[in-house]
Structures are given as C-alpha cells and as structure tokens.
Write a protein that binds this ligand. Structure first.
Ligand code: ADP
Ligand code: MG
Length: 369
C-alpha cells in the first residue's frame, strides 16, 4: 500500500475562533497509483497534503506511508517530514534562487539522510535532469528559467530522491493553458515510470480526469466521493460532484413504475416521462431521484423515428464553442429552467425547437442523501 489516511481531522484554532478544515477524511492509495485531490478553493486540499507531508500536526486520525504509521493521534506519534520518505512540488516552484539548476536538484541528495557516493549522486542528478529535459540548462542560475522550466527543476528535484510518495500541490496553476496541458502528460508519465505513488492537488476537474487513476472529490473538509475518473464524471453521487464535474442538467424526478425483470424505470420529471435502466441503486415507485443528463450524451438525429425518451423543447440560445455547439432549451414554461446540450456545430438543427433523445442506459441517477 502506498498511502492510507484514516479518520483524519484538523481543526485550526486561533484566539476564540476555530475552523474544522478536515473532518474524518479516509482513503487508500495503492502503491504506484496516481491520485488527485479535487475540490474548490478552501475545501482543505492543501491542509490534507501538508498533514501527509508532516508540515503541520493533525488534530486526530492516522496516516500511514508504505504501511508505516507516520502520524497516529491515538498514540501521539508524529514522524517529522524529513523522515517520511516523501518529496513535494508546490505551485510556487520553491527552488533556491542563488543556485544553478543542477545544484537545486543535487541539494536534497547532498544534505539528506541517505549517504551517497559522489558518483552515484552525480549520475542520479543527471538522470533526473534528463527525465525533465533540462540537461542543457544544468549550469544556468535557476531564476533565469521560465515558469515551466522552473517547475521542471522542482519535479527533477522531487524524483531524484526516489521517494515512496510524491505530493504535488497545484503545481501547474501558474502556467498558461498550452504549457499546462503538456506538463500534465509529462508529470503523469514521469511519476508513473519512476513507480512513485503520487497525490496531486488540483481545483481543475479536467486536469484531475486526464491525469488520475483515482479522483478524491472534496468539499468543506470532507471526502464527497472517491472513484475512477469515469466514475466521478459519469456517476456522481451528489449534486455537488455533478455540478463540479460540469453537469448542468440535473432533473428532480419521481419514480412512477418499475419493471423489475427488464430493469426499466419510469420517472416523471420536468422533461416529461423519462425511462432509465436500473443500475445498482434499488428503486421503488414513489422514490425521489435526481437524473443526470450529460450535455454530450444527447442524440440529435432528425431522421430517427420517435423512440423512447424523445423530446422537443424550444431553443433559447446557441453558443458556438468551436469544437461543439451548446444549445440551451427552455425546460418548462414559466420557471425559467434550462436544459443545455452539446451537438457537433455542423449538425443541422431546427431554429425554433430542438428534437432530441437520451438513451435510457446513458442517464445516470442518484438519490439525494
Ligand atoms: P485548499 O487548498 O483546498 O484551497 P486549504 O487547505 O488551504 O484549502 O484551506 C482549508 C481551510 O482551512 C480554509 O478555510 C482556510 O482558510 C483554512 N486554513 C488553512 N490554513 C489555515 C491556518 N494555518 N490557520 C487557520 N485556518 C487555516
Ligand atoms: Mg491549496
């Protein structure tokens, strides 16, 4: 096992004010896995990462790295950061300005606990610089590099130590979009090639989906949902996760009938009568569900015969987004609620109204907790 966090809590207290930044957070990261902590600003991501690193004391709980406890509230055990076998990469790069690129990467090896021979150290630094494509910059003063290159230096420094765990706190937030995309792929492949277990913090859902084996969605200091990228994207278990993953079409419905053998569920919702396919959750007539209609799962083919889940709604506006067109429809008169879908921008659709369909098996649903 790479990392296990059990019932971890952190309460910040200052004068007479206290703030519960983490509340009973539990999760497991298998060895070698790449996990992201995803959530809005202020939800406790950095606090959690700092607790794992040992930069701050939790209030209670248990943290184990590679099977060994590094913090245990019940036993008052606290292993200091230098003894935790981890390295960190920060948004602010945190490289030493008075050193060259090479000296930056070498520094933790030279001053760390492990004793290296000069030759081993040199080979390791060279290898790490090679990994991040900075060999030709090795003698430059680190501040003379671009933001992206400085972040490569901190990545090289982090992997040179071959830690059992690497912690990255929004490492790409200061970079522009194109560079960020390229660096996402690079970080993921380097960390995985090195076989290092990684915990990566981001508030960007696309970044989390494209980089991770496991996504941990956080809200107000607690874990809201844990799953694969496709799980949290297609099968959110709460409004919060659905919203955060960019699913604007959440429809409140009531189950009107259930065909147990065929697994068909009929639901009355603002769109009309919608058919779903049973998935996991057991439902009875009268149950309240929230339906998730992903914008891109809409089927728009004018030629199709009217089949299950075919609807027609008045178009309110279209927004050309380049690789697709967003079409916003009025969901029901009077309430001002909308249904937004994505179609290929070249797909011909009516000007007044949109006729569309959703496949029963592609409509996800959850019960509100
Ligand atoms: P995130 O990284 O998800 O944006 P943080 O972990 O930085 O969130 O912060 C979580 C919450 O804890 C915030 O409300 C923040 O204000 C609070 N917090 C963080 N550090 C401290 C601190 N040292 N003292 C008091 N409150 C803090
Ligand atoms: Mg943070």
């Amino acid at each position: 096992m790479g990392l296990r966090v059990t019932d971890l809590s952190k309460c910040f207290t200052r004068k007479d004010q206290s703030h519960q930044a983490l509340e009973n957070v539990s999760f497991i990261v298998p060895r070698g896995a790449f996990v992201t902590l995803l959530g809005p600003s202020g939800c406790g991501k950095s606090t959690l990462l700092n607790m794992i690193a040992g930069l701050d004391q939790p209030t209670s709980g248990l943290i184990e790295i590679g099977g060994k406890p590094v913090y245990d509230g019940a036993r008052r055990l606290f292993v200091p950061p230098a003894l935790r076998d981890i390295s960190m990469v920060f948004q602010s790069y945190a490289i030493w300005p008075h050193m060259t690129v090479r000296e930056n990467v070498d520094f933790p090896l030279k001053h760390g606990r492990k004793k290296w021979t000069a030759a081993d150290r040199e080979a390791t630094v060279t290898r790490s610089l090679h990994k991040v494509h900075l060999e030709s910059f090795q003698d430059r003063p680190a501040p003379l590099l671009s933001g992206g290159q400085q972040q490569r230096v901190s990545l090289a420094r982090a992997i040179a130590q071959s830690p059992s765990l690497i912690l990255l706190d929004e490492p790409l937030s200061n970079l522009d979009a194109n560079l960020r995309d390229a660096m996402q792929k690079e970080i993921r492949s380097i960390v995985t090639e090195e076989g290092i277990t990684a915990v990566y913090v981001t508030h960007d859902q696309k970044e989390a989906l494209s980089m991770s084996d496991i996504v941990i969605v956080m809200k107000d200091g607690h874990v809201e949902q844990i799953g694969s990228p496709m799980d949290v994207y297609y099968r959110p278990q709460s409004r919060f996760v659905a919203d955060f993953m960019g699913a604007p079409n959440l429809l409140d419905g009531t189950v009107t009938s259930v065909n147990k053998t065929a697994g068909d569920i009929e639901v009355a919702c603002p769109l009309g009568t919608v058919w779903l396919k049973k998935s996991g959750v057991d439902v009875q007539p009268g149950d309240k569900l929230v339906l998730v209609l992903k914008q891109e799962d809409v089927v728009v083919d004018e030629s199709a015969e009217k089949s299950t889940n075919t609807f027609e709604l008045p178009i309110v506006r279209r927004v050309f987004l380049g690789e697709r067109m967003e079409i916003v429809c009025a969901l029901d008169k009077g309430t001002g609620r909308h249904l937004s879908v994505y179609v290929n921008a070249r797909t011909p659709v009516g000007t007044q109204s949109l006729s569309f369909r959703y496949r029963p098996e592609e409509i996800h649903y959850f019960r509100e907790p």
